[in-house]
Design a protein around this ligand. Sequence first.
Ligand code: GDP
Length: 532
Amino acid sequence: MTEQNLSLTDEIKRRRTFAIISHPDAGKTTLTEKFLLYGGAIREAGSVKSRRSQKHAVSDWMEIEKQRGISVASSVLQFEYNNFCINILDTPGHQDFSEDTYRTLMAADSAVMVIDSAKGVEDQTKKLFQVCKMRGIPIFTFINKMDRKGKDPFELLEDIENVLGIRSCPVNWPIGSGKEFKGVFNRHKNQIEVFDDGNHGQDIAKSITGEVSDEKFNTLLGDALHEQLLNDIELLDIAGDNFDLDAILNGELTPVFFGSALTNFGVEPFLESFLEITSPPSPRSSNLGDIDPNTNNFSGFIFKIQANMDKNHRDRIAFLRICSGKFEKGMTVTHVQRNKKVKLSQPQQFVAQDRVIIDSAYPGDIIGIHDPGIFNIGDTLSEKQSNLQYTNIPQFAPEHFMRVSTKNALKRKQFVKGITQLSEEGAIQVYRQPNGGMEELIIGVVGVLQFEVLEYRLKQEYNVDILMNPLPYRYVRWIENDLSKFGKLSMTMDTLLVEDKNSNPVLLLQNEWSIRHLLERNEGLVLKETSL
Ligand code: GDP
């Protein structure tokens, strides 16, 4: 993106790659848009939303998304702010999200968790938070909608600690709330920033900053608010956790910020602190040990595949997270898993709201490469080390299952092709009963919306109508033992033994009681929640 000629080291240093996670409606889209506004990538707020409602927002690739006005597929955006080059990975917070959402988190170096101040921590946030925690990435909390009447800020901190089990340290503290929300107090700088809602969040908010004790704030805030702030500050020094950079970078402590994405109050102070505290891309683990981003060997891994973004071209885009070295258009790299050379000729990047062809990219960046059907999720591409493999991306356990078959037996071939492709993309997981054919399959998904996507895409892209029958299972467990040696399993009537696509034995179960039964009645049985 940059016109200057910076070294690889400098390019890495200025990169920040993060995911935004939240429960639907907490304000993720609005906050993302305000980041773009402050970065100068859009001139006026409201454009992302209005484009969404006009049914052609860039991230809404699929018709189904447009119809529903939600983003099924996670998307990526790049923009610049204060000489930082920022990559935002959007993770749909919709309750029906898919594994895609989880995988996107594998490509992020940190996460921003947006919480609605009136609601506190909600369900989807909990799920996404767990994945971030598992990866040990830093998690920043932005408590949004402070311009509305919400919960008490101290209560919100408690909520985060109790529900998510992570310690928190407020960096910015709100001054007032609801109609009285005036600004934030920065504990680091010991400074107040009071905002002026000149243009209802359409433009960058003007602000006045100063020392807490500065008398002008008595007038600006009014005595009562100023007094309350001073009390809060005293309480915070006793109540909150101390700022501890190591604990933050290890994902053990979350820095908390308050603000309103709608009115822009607190957005820029958050962005500034966040960029300062988070680290640039760091070494990634691989089969050859940790790979330093700052090497002259370009490498990266594919974390998402999006098929048929343009129906006329039947194109498939593989999203690659660059982990090391400089990427240059047209370069030839080894596709490690297939042990083949591939030329990356039409790389795309997702800048602000547009897809553009790029000439170069750096560690931390996400590029879209044309996929003629050769890539799988988790594949590594490497310029020099042809045996380099980044650590596998785990498959998450589906929670919803359907028996699926084609309505027309003559379409069996297309049916199998479509299902195979969608499973390669990671949108669905496919199982079949031992010795069963391919006419009837069991499909498992993380979010139920994926069934709708499956039906829609098989019809649109493969011209296949399907029959779907819901199954009552909620849990899947892979069997680690060699079943031929283990003998017959003792299991409850409502448990089903199937095989995954690699013919590994898998159990589908209805409740936790059945899982306990299995473990109690089959001594030595080892079950796993994922296929890795
Ligand atoms: P998402 O589903 O998390 O992407 O949430 P959106 O950004 O689409 O916001 C959901 C709704 O909340 C929209 O109507 C926004 O205008 C509104 N909203 C977002 N941020 C704020 C805020 O700071 N204050 C208020 N009052 N409303 C907000």
